[in-house]
Design a protein around this ligand. Structure first.
Ligand code: ADP
Length: 328
């Protein structure tokens, strides 16, 4: 049975928990077949948004649409979504195969058919030979693949993933990240993935949705969001940027676009406060005369050509094209 890709749309979706507005009139259209990451700090409303799409949380106001259907009042199993949780939530007493077949059993599908489909999905995630094992007999990465197979077995139009990589060690996290991206491409459906890691979002997403305090700050490709942040929050949260105040406004300049010249040359006069060797790059922290902190990330070879030390006076320069104006 082929997966049906569909657009997912949020129209002024709001979630209130008593006095707390966790999600504040969020509007967003995720085209079919998109890898979308909801990115932001803890408490910004990412999970609440995901749970409202899934149907695990009532929508206080607004609409969630999948394809042409408003799904606000549909139970989770009838929305065409599937959810993969942070801790995978596998049933410990069921075999891998039965875990994957579980939702088909709930849907009343005959045993032979559900085992066949579970087998198909296990094949797809390269876990066919572990069908008889219990979850406790699998590694973290293998458990994740089973959780993914279990979510995909219902042929969802949208897969929802809540911090799916956070239980893995850093090495495995990077490997499983690549696998998630591959499965999303293979299945051709949208994945909506909640993360607080900008690195993870940049690596995975076609569409990054940066959230802050229940609202969307910016939506764009990883390059757009990183290279042209629109707000101070996005520039600071994505990292690698300097926020430079000027005449009551601010603009952002990437740390790797700052060059250092000798004191007295044109540019921002600044004093070096820290030099950090990072291998391929050297981080030079400075304080400008107006008190603004600046960070320059220099290629090791550039640094070596004109090394600086703490206490040195320098001129920090950048090209006009590297300024990105930020909204107040
Ligand atoms: P995130 O996933 O970005 O960490 P959440 O959506 O979990 O954010 O939470 C957003 C806000 O809503 C936070 O202030 C959080 O404390 C609050 N919140 C989340 N779930 C509940 C709940 N069940 N009851 C009350 N407040 C909640």
């Amino acid at each position: 049975m082929p997966n049906q890709a569909a657009d997912l749309e949020l129209a002024a979706v709001t979630k209130a928990y008593g006095e707390t507005i966790a999600v504040d009139k969020v509007s967003l259209k995720i085209p079919a077949g998109t890898y979308c990451c909801l990115l932001g700090p803890s408490g910004c409303g990412k999970s609440s948004t995901l749970r409202m799409i899934a149907g695990h949380e009532f929508i206080s106001d607004g609409d969630v649409m999948i394809g042409n259907t408003v799904v606000n009042d549909l139970p989770p199993a009838r929305r065409g979504t599937a959810m993969m949780f942070q801790n995978y939530a596998l049933f410990p007493h069921l075999s891998v195969r039965d875990n994957v077949a579980f939702s088909l059993k709930m849907a009343g599908i005959a045993k032979a058919e559900r085992l066949r489909r579970a087998g198909e999905l296990l094949d797809l995630v390269d876990m066919a030979k572990y069908g008889d094992r219990l979850p406790s007999q699998l590694s973290g990465g293998q458990q994740q693949r089973v959780a993914l197979a279990r979510a995909l077995v219902t042929n969802p139009t949208v897969l929802l993933l809540d911090e799916p990589l956070s239980a893995l060690d850093p090495f495995l996290r990077i490997r499983m990240r690549a696998e998630l991206k591959r499965y999303q491409r293979d299945f051709g459906i949208s994945f909506v993935h909640v993360t607080h890691s900008q690195e993870e979002a940049m690596a995975l997403a076609d569409m990054v949705v940066v959230m802050n305090d229940g609202r969307i700050e910016q939506v764009g490709s990883p390059r757009e969001v990183f290279n042209a942040p629109k707000t101070v929050f996005v520039a600071k949260f994505m990292g690698g940027h300097n926020v430079v105040p000027e005449a009551g406004r601010s603009y952002a300049v990437r740390a790797d676009r700052i060059r250092l010249a000798s004191s007295g040359e044109p540019g921002s006069a600044a004093t070096v406060t820290d030099v950090e060797y990072q291998g391929m790059t050297v981080h030079v922290a400075m304080t400008r005369e107006d008190g603004t902190d600046l960070l320059a990330t220099l290629a090791e070879s550039d640094f070596d050509r004109a090394p600086v030390a703490v206490g040195d006076r320098v001129a920090a320069t950048w090209q006009p094209a590297d300024r990105h104006e930020l909204a107040a």
